[in-house]
Ligand binder design. Structure first.
Ligand code: BGC
Length: 854
């Protein structure tokens, strides 16, 4: 047995840890069956030969192998430390010492000045600016770190080498309050003697266009950069190069770069910069904090095929909708131009459809320098697309087809789900791609139109699915820090995070743009997202740092609802986009006060569980009592004494069942009513953003798993598989985004890459995949394995990466038997629940067969 995949704060070799007390994790390979850890020993040193030691934990009796706290003397920032471990249990020891994992704490304060990348009064410019600094290193470098951040988005290089393959640094945070800095290991790029440090700064979220009103300069109107390059020599020499007024700035070949609009690059301008002195500008008042989330990186490549469209355009099809950028390889005369436009879908006659992008241009313009071979790919934006139209210059493209780079935040999305139903496999793929596309630094609603905002409601409903598909705990943890910093003093939670929305000029009659920042199902992200991160990662710190914000939100609603505990204040978004809305309206028919009070009860209940998870039992009891009182208030207001839900909509009945809002003796009746509503609607759903994620759970947890399956397997409009049948490769915003006749729902709000309805993934992975999290043993430490074959599905295999290693469950119906194969990672356990009883499975591979009655 040996330890592998050692991590500090969940990262393999972090050099920018915000935590001052990091936590260590390891996994076990070649462990004996049923392995459970009962002790560990960790050593930390400043050198990789572990001499001398900074800390030796000694043998600690502890079963945790994930997020084990460092307990030695205070660690210094910017110093390389190594840790290694020995661990054992079940009578075996993983010895000798494991491989080591290097980690560094981020600098504790930001001291480098900010320098302007452009003159004042350039707010309207979308240009990318260049900055440079030449310096001489009088010694041989042994170790070099670049710490950098920008007002705008930046990409730095040293002696011509990009310092990272990440794009869009410093990422999007609530810039007024928090700006992240990044750390790069640049040892390999620095040399003794002359060096040049360069940086390109583009408008990004800071200064570029943001929102559907064509606004720009939301946070500021002048690009700036701040950096500190710290080089150590072999014999104790040191050199620090900081941004100051000895740097120079210039224009760049990027005439423009905008997140929504794409890039315009003139290769003739390469090397033509006219450098002038940069000036130091006041540092922003925001806290400058270490990069906590995951940077946006290239996560795959796609190739395309040329397709014919009726209008004769040159069009390439990448086969799926995604977020990324194309790569251009070109050859042609100096000054020739290639113009590309990106779109998600084809229209009814088969031409490219751009209208749903609204004002987002998603356009790349490349002007050739006239060299023998030229290549270009955008660096300061991503686009949401499947198709590329070559508007001009097709003859200069060198390749028969175009390639593209897929970009998303750097998590691993390696969960797999494969069952005997091809349509469901496709749906699962679409859900996963919807997630990847909408995880470009923040969780967005959509990756293509002039929006791409961190809508809290969308993130809330999809978080559990996202966290099943990927190890995105760190991604959400960063976003939650912004949620908290944008939270109002009264506890209100903004509709989008970072809260750009409150800065937009609202149009006449536009819905809930600014205060009071209390929309049920959206603002509840403050409570639900940290809880989901905790459940899937086992990371208590996420709860600890979020609890004040979670409580503030629940207390805020308590205050709004008053003594009645019925939350009836508007404005609300309610069951957004439900099909039972009045014609032309976005608001579903379920009364907003019912939806809001249901969410109030749910959030209070989760808050209680969260307090319990961190050991605050007194608070847990208090919020349990509140949640029980809200449920009673809900029943008084919205459920008759005979158990009929006052509003007879699918969403109302589904919320009651899924959130446990009626008396136990009334559940059967509510379930019957929900079934009847489905039946009168031809077995089809009418639910929107808040009803859909709970609909199948409401049915399967109230004895109608058959109906949950028939909704899931329905291929007629409106349904998940209708979209699949219509050729969707991601999840649509509207059930009828594309109608059976090929026409579109609407051009104004019709995204084909909106993950919200993909929340069905969580139901599929729990019920068909059969793997369920256990709240008492979070982070997949102990799971329930409970496959539910039905509706003609005869087999499924679901594999999830967990903090303990790979967890898989495969089942197949063979004759009258259910054949199950499970692999449980070391130091984890699975409760296998089959009709003939429960089995506790320790780590290892298991085969179990049990009689199964269809
Ligand atoms: C977004 C949604 C969001 C909604 C709420 C839309 O424009 O795309 O997904 O939740 O607005 O108003």
């Amino acid at each position: 047995m040996r330890l592998y995949d050692l991590r500090a704060e969940g990262q393999p070799r972090p050099i920018c840890l915000a935590a001052r007390v990091p936590r260590f994790s390891w996994k076990f390979a070649d462990a004996p069956r049923g392995f459970l850890q009962d002790f560990y020993r960790v050593q930390v040193s400043r050198s990789d030969d572990f001499s001398p030691l900074v800390w030796d934990s000694g043998e600690v009796r502890d079963t945790r192998s994930h997020l084990v706290e460092y307990q030695g003397p205070a660690l210094e920032p910017k110093v390389s430390y190594w840790f290694r471990a020995i661990a054992g249990g079940s009578g075996v020891r993983a010895e000798p010492w494991s491989e080591s994992c290097c980690f560094e704490l981020a600098p504790s304060a930001w001291g480098a000045p900010f320098i302007a990348a452009e003159d004042e009064g350039r707010g309207d410019s979308s240009e990318v600016r260049s900055l440079r600094k030449e310096f001489v290193l009088p010694f041989v470098p042994a170790r070099a770190r670049l710490y950098a951040t920008a007002l705008g988005v930046y990409g730095a290089s040293i002696n011509g080498h990009p310092v990272s393959d990440a794009i869009l640094a410093p990422g999007w945070t609530s810039y007024d309050r928090r700006l992240a800095f990044q750390a790069y290991d640049v040892t390999a790029f620095i040399q003794a003697g002359e060096n040049e440090l360069r940086c390109l700064v583009a408008p990004g979220w800071y200064k570029g266009c943001l929102g559907w009103r064509g606004q720009r300069n939301i946070y500021g109107d002048r690009l700036a950069f701040s950096a500190s390059l710290e080089v150590d020599g072999l014999s104790g020499e040191a050199l620090i190069v900081e941004t100051d007024d000895s740097w120079e700035s210039a224009s760049s070949p990027w005439i423009s770069a905008e997140l929504y609009h794409g890039e315009s690059y003139d290769a003739r301008l390469e090397g033509q910069e006219r450098w002038t002195r940069a000036s130091v500008v006041p540092s922003p008042s925001a806290a400058i904090v270490p990069q906590e989330g995951l940077m946006v990186r290239p996560k795959g490549r796609l190739s395309s095929a040329r397709i014919a469209t009726p209008d004769g355009s040159v069009v390439y099809d990448f086969g799926r909708n995604f977020s990324g950028v194309v790569e251009i390889s070109a050859h042609g005369p100096r000054g020739a131009r290639i113009v590309l436009r990106h779109a998600e879908v084809l229209d009814a006659v088969g031409n490219l459809y751009f209208e749903n992008l609204r004002s987002a241009r998603q356009r790349v313009e490349y002007t050739l320098a006239g060299g023998p071979h030229e290549s270009f790919s955008p660096r300061f934006c991503t686009m949401g697309f499947r198709f590329v139209l070559v508007e001009s210059g097709a003859e200069f493209l060198e390749e028969e087809s175009l390639d593209a780079i897929v970009y998303h935040s750097d998590f691993e999305a390696d969960t797999t789900f494969e069952c005997s139903h091809e349509g469901l496999n496709r749906l699962s793929e679409n859900i996963a791609w919807g997630w990847r596309s909408n995880a470009v630094d923040i969780p967005t609603d959509c990756p293509q139109r002039d929006e791409r905002l961190g809508w809290t409601g969308d993130a809330q409903v999809f978080a559990s699915t996202a966290l099943r598909l990927s190890d995105a705990g760190g991604f959400f943890r960063k976003w939650l820090a912004d949620l908290r910093s944008d939270q109002l003093p009264d506890g209100g939670v903004t509709l989008v995070v970072p809260d750009a929305l409150s800065r937009f000029r609202p149009a006449e009659g536009e819905v809930v743009m600014g205060p009071p920042h209390t929309a049920a199902g959206w603002s509840d992200a403050a409570v639900i997202v940290p809880w989901e991160v905790y459940r899937s990662s086992g990371d208590r710190r996420v709860l600890e740092e979020s609890l004040p914000s979670m409580r503030a939100w629940v207390d805020r609603v308590r205050e709004i609802a008053g003594d009645s505990l019925v939350w009836s204040q508007s404005p609300q978004l309610g069951d957004w986009l439900a099909l039972d809305a009045k014609p032309g309206s976005f608001f579903g028919a379920t009364p907003p006060d019912l939806v809001a009070t249901a969410y109030f009860a749910r959030s209070a209940g989760i808050l209680a569980k969260s307090f319990r998870a961190v050991g605050e039992e007194g608070e847990a009891i208090r919020y349990d009592e509140l949640s029980v009182s809200i449920v009673r208030a809900f029943q008084r207001e919205f459920v008759t004494s005979t158990g009929r839900v006052a509003a007879q909509t699918q969403t109302a009945n589904a919320l009651v069942l899924a959130f446990g809002l009626c008396l136990p003796e009334h559940r059967a009746r509510v379930s019957v009513d929900l079934a009847a509503l489905l039946s009168t609607n031809g077995g089809r759903l009418t639910t929107g953003f808040l009803g859909t994620p709970v609909l199948c759970d409401a049915l399967s947890e109230s004895g109608r798993v058959d109906l949950a399956y028939s909704l899931l397997l329905c291929e007629e409009y409106p349904s998940w598989l209708y979209q699949v049948r219509m050729g969707a490769t991601t999840i649509w915003e509207h059930w009828d985004g594309l109608k059976p006749d090929g026409s579109m729902w609407d051009s104004k709000m019709n995204s084909f890459n909106h993950y919200a309805y993909g929340a069905i993934g969580d139901w599929m992975y729990r019920n068909i995949g059969g793997i369920r999290l256990d709240d008492d043993s979070p982070g997949f430490r102990r799971v329930s394995l409970e496959p539910r074959p039905a509706a003609g599905i005869t087999r499924c295999r679901h594999v999830v990466g967990t903090p303990y290693g790979e967890l898989s469950l495969a089942w197949e119906l063979v004759g009258g038997n259910l054949e199950v194969e499970a692999t449980i990672p070391p130091n984890a356990q699975g409760r296998l629940l089959l009709p003939d009883g429960e089995r506790l499975l320790g780590s290892g591979a298991w085969k179990v067969s049990a009689p199964w009655e269809a």
